[in-house]
Design a protein around this ligand. Sequence first.
Ligand code: ARG
Ligand code: ASP
Length: 721
Amino acid sequence: MQNHSIVNHLFNCKYMSRYRLTAVFLFVVMFSPVRADEGMWIPLLLEQTRYRQMKELGLKLSPEDIYSINHASLKDAVVLFGGGCSGVVVSAQGLLFTNYHCGYGQVQSHSSLEHDYLTDGFWAQSAGDELPNPGLTATFLERMEDVTAEVLQRITSGMTERQRNDSIAAAVARIVKARQPAKHHRVDVKPLFGGNQYFMYVYEIFSDVRLVGAPPTAIGKFGGDTDNWIWPRHTGDFSIFRIYADKNNQPAAYSPDNVPYQPRKYAPVSIAGIREGDFTMVYGYPAATDEFITSYELDYLIRQNYPLRVALRTERLEIMERYMQADAATRIQYAAKHAGVSNAWKKWQGVIHGVQRADGVKQKIARETAFSQQIADNPQWSRDYGLLLEKMKNNVEAAALLQQASACYAESITSIELVKFAGSLLTDIPPPNQDLLKKASGFYKDFSLAVDKDIFVAMMKAYLANIPEAYHFEEMKAQLKRHKGSVEKWADEVYAKSVFRSYQALEKVLANPKSANKLIQKEPMIAIYLSGQAMLNERVYPSLRRLSQEHDSLSRVYIAAQLQADKERIFYPNANHTMRISFGQTVGYSPSDAVTYQPFTTLEGIMEKDNPDIYDYRVPQALKQAAEQKNFGQYAANGMVPVCFIASNHTSGGNSGSPVFNGNGELIGLNFDRNWEGTMSDVVYDAEQCRNIIADIRYILFIVDKVYGAQRIVGEMEVRE
Ligand code: ARG
Ligand code: ASP
């Protein structure tokens, strides 16, 4: 903490030179109690990058134990779960752990009034009880390979950006074709360092993944949106699946004849305990970070883009909450939507706070200043990069208004559920197609006309107030003119007339093919949708696309220049939804003056929060009972069950469900979140503030084994004491 304020103070000094800045950084590094390391490292390159530091912190494995294509290694236990989460295999029979919030959709899809797995939890009593999930996949990385030379071989300096992109696309297609991905395999080629490097990834995809167990939501999402992004935390954020294969242990579509998959490698579990300062390693699929971001972009994000988005979501959340508090049915209808809107809303506020607190924009300016001086000292670089930062700045400025219009549109007009629904029908299943009704019945189950109408009024007003007239769309202007400028009157008319106002109204219109055909011409929600899209396609997207391509190519050069200028430093590429490793230690932090957080929470904290009147803090009876009877088994430490812990691993969205390993490569927990003060780690990493939040494997096993008696599950795992 102390170090932090010193940095702040010095950054604020007007006359600080970049040499003094370097001195400050050295000081912080040398005296910082946290020996965390920023970075999401490529498993294949660990030895050339961070292996030595990891060993110093307590890693006992060899690089080959972590990543190898010659024999089973830890990477073979790491799974890409579905499209966006991570997971880990924990038994010789393909048992898989991921987060509860990652498997939530599946748990929900199997739930009904008779089988309310969300309220009661679900534990398959036998293999036959394990529930198939159409569409769900578990993907293993077979290998990754640097294919930069192959991808860039035909690139010449005289090429236009367009020619360059075409050449790269052709090379990527050649590579994928040459590798001839086997059935149930996929070959991806992805850019790293903004397109200065390319890696190929060969994946094996399993598509018979069954639900084995999940705690009640009151455990899996304990704390709900209230505690989301917050430390201290008490969430049992886990769910359990099993991967099935055909008789030859190969991936196969669901079949009752499939058998549990025998993985190349599964992770053993350690319940020996974790102490402060212990080494931790997160192995998973972080989705997107932007550490090379310029000061201009960062400044734009935290002063314009995020504040506008946050403000619009605040209005939307308030409307939902008003109705949710007044009516239990609406609370259930809007719970998942509210959680979805609230997740990024809360994160962005954390990012704004964190970037300001870490003086992130000044950090980036310092980097740019140092970079400019380096360029100035080298005539060749001056020629190559002299105008680069200036161009990047101009690019951000030129794009700002368009970005605002596009972001505002997405957060306001597109957030009106009926506009969005009308649009999705047009693109997916244009009327008079009868499939529309199927989709509609799912939609109306969780829809309230009153909520949406209020959102319509608030969001139209917000768009009008925030975005200049050049980006108002024709339907908006025409309707406001008709209603003498009153958004309320416009809403009264639309919500009374729209055929989308209810399932019944829509059904009736569709029953008659003639009126169904007229739907597209007459329906006000469709008119709004089409007019809005037309405006975006004419006035926003073309320029924005051009600017964003320009941005990407400038940024590729900027990153290349930094790699070249700072040869000493070992860089890591931004997260791009490929397999990465981050490492750190179990350690607390101090979010503000006089406040320090310990790195561990326990079951005692759950009992302290217990409050049947607060939805997010209701504790299931079975858990209360186990706590009262102290039925902790081997899962307790100091007489209490540990629940969550934090560490200094650099993680991002997509790392949810990632295994967290100790120095021996034993599973000690599942990553599921970050602390609010550290959510800026996607753009500015601050070792003092950034923490990842982990569900302790002992809590998970305690829930499975002691609270719900699902010994069948624990029995097949390798649990080390
Ligand atoms: N913040 C975590 C992540 O970004 C968890 C989100 C799910 N939980 C919630 N209460 N919305 O995914
Ligand atoms: N909760 C995030 C996820 O779902 C993890 C994070 O952003 O730290 O991937």
